[in-house]
Design a protein around this ligand. Structure first.
Ligand SMILES: Nc1ncnc2c1ncn2[C@@H]1O[C@H](COP(=O)(O)OP(=O)(O)O)[C@@H](O)[C@H]1O
Ligand SMILES: [Mg+2]
Length: 168
């Protein structure tokens, strides 16, 4: 994510999976078909947790699991479909392109774990980086970064105006 020069950035520091879920829920209402969210962070940083909460906040009752082995999954929501991709097992960009997902990208909300691999495939994606803290196993620092399309979204997410089910 460091390669992208993005003018807009918001950092949220949270405790526990519920905290991560609230940030995802804050983001969800702002997502439209054609948007891409590229998630980065180490193994167990919380990428799948974030995706799962986001998909729930978008109104899907699907059980989101890590698509590390199936690589890509679609989830139906009352709005656009969600395409959940995990590039962990992909060797390179060519393998991603060979999945043939390109034709769907305009109509879905794309959520990509290990998203750094596919940065070049998206115009102005939102980058979500999850970082752990050595002193607190349930704390996460969630950095969201994006270009022009994301400026008002990041302002709203910074304010934490969540309509999330779980209260603060
Ligand atoms: N604040 C938090 N946000 C997300 N996950 C957390 C948090 N605190 C602890 N965890 C734990 O960290 C793990 C994150 O796993 P997962 O979401 O699958 O990560 P990734 O997809 O990045 O590999 C889970 O076991 C989850 O319970
Ligand atoms: Mg994962």
């Amino acid at each position: 994510m460091e390669k992208q020069v993005s003018a807009h950035e918001t950092v949220r520091r949270v405790e526990g999976t519920e905290g991560t879920a609230r940030v995802a829920a804050d983001l969800a209402p702002h997502l439209h078909a054609g948007d891409a969210v590229l998630l980065t962070g180490d193994l167990a940083a919380g990428k799948t947790t974030f995706v799962s909460a986001l998909v729930a906040a978008l109104g899907s009752d699907a059980a989101v699991s890590s698509p590390t082995f199936s690589l890509a999954q679609f989830y139906a929501t009352p709005g656009p479909r969600v395409l959940h991709v995990d590039t962990y097992r992909l060797a390179d960009l060519t393998e991603f392109r060979d999945l043939g997902l390109d034709e769907y990208l305009d109509e879905v909300i794309a959520l990509v774990e290990w998203g750094a691999l596919v940065t070049s495939e998206f115009v102005d994606p939102l980058y979500v980086h999850l970082a752990t803290r050595p002193d607190d196993a349930s704390a996460r620092e969630i950095t969201m970064r994006g270009g022009a399309r994301w400026a008002p979204v990041l302002d709203a997410v910074a304010a934490g105006t969540s309509t999330a089910r779980s209260p603060e």
